[in-house]
Design a protein around this ligand. Sequence first.
Ligand SMILES: Nc1ncnc2c1ncn2[C@@H]1O[C@H](COP(=O)(O)OP(=O)(O)OP(=O)(O)O)[C@@H](O)[C@H]1O
Length: 335
Amino acid sequence: MGNRKPIIELIGLGKTFENNNNKVTALKGIDLKIYEGEIFGIIGLSGAGKSTLVRCINYLEKPTEGTVVFNGIDLSKVSKHELLKIRQSMGMIFQQFNLLMQRTVLQNVCFPLEIAGVSKKEAKKRAIELLEIVGLSDKANSYPAKLSGGQKQRVAIARALATKPKVLLCDEATSALDPTTTRSILKLLNEINQKLGITIIVITHEMSVIEEICHRVAIIDHSNIAEIGDVDEVFMKPKSKIAKKLIFPGANHIEIFEGKDKLRIIFDGRTSLEPVIANMILECKAPVNILFADTNDIYGKAYGQMIIQLPDDEMGKKRIFAYLEANKIPHEEVI
Ligand SMILES: Nc1ncnc2c1ncn2[C@@H]1O[C@H](COP(=O)(O)OP(=O)(O)OP(=O)(O)O)[C@@H](O)[C@H]1O
């Protein structure tokens, strides 16, 4: 990230909920820096702590441990009034859109501006501009009930941008949408990031969403960050168990081959599928058993993974490792 400035910094962040003598630790020891202008993904299974994390970032939820620094300001040190002002710099969109059903599209977008004390005339002018950005100028006077899910999310995005935020928090924003609408919303978020320079934080349980628009990703598992890095790097070489589970969901059944020596060969676009395995078998003179394969051919380049069972003899194994090393083919033992 070079000399880029963190817009959000979480230091030793923790959150424990206490209800009726019952304690639930939703987050613990979270250290994270999100830089200005990036699209940062936060992914994890249900209950991992994603929503709590995003609610701690804008202090809708007060952390029980650690610090949230937004744009250089420690949020635990500011007054209620200052916090409300700071929240205007953090727009948020949700899975269920949360629009005001009794108000028109235009009135929905004007709403946060009215709360911020902007005059009706100014608010209307800005709302019209925003509806143009999200491609909904023709729906200004419609009511949300008349809109599709994708259109509702566009209104929610326009509303979230009304107060000119520095950061847009997206909590499962595409989870209620079909794949085509999801792609169009992600495209819009990408344009907003590029054209307006807004930092975007995407909370999701879908790897495809991360892959589509995020620059970096943090994987949350059982209240902790299990892995963090550039999306390409994490996808090509997931290190943690949870990352492998999310990235290679179909490969989970290979555990039934417990006790056998297994090797994951990663196709990272540099290698084409056929020659790698065929040449390896020919050159190493070692038969291998393919246990699992999940590869895609994109413009003649192979992406994905293959899990093979290594031969029993040590020499055969060594030849395979030497072949993969010599040909710079990414691989790792599967434990
Ligand atoms: N207000 C609350 N009171 C008590 N426990 C809570 C509260 N909010 C969240 N939790 C608990 O904290 C843990 C993390 O929840 P959180 O909603 O952050 O997870 P998540 O990753 O967003 O899950 P999902 O994708 O299902 O929404 C869960 O065990 C949840 O039950």
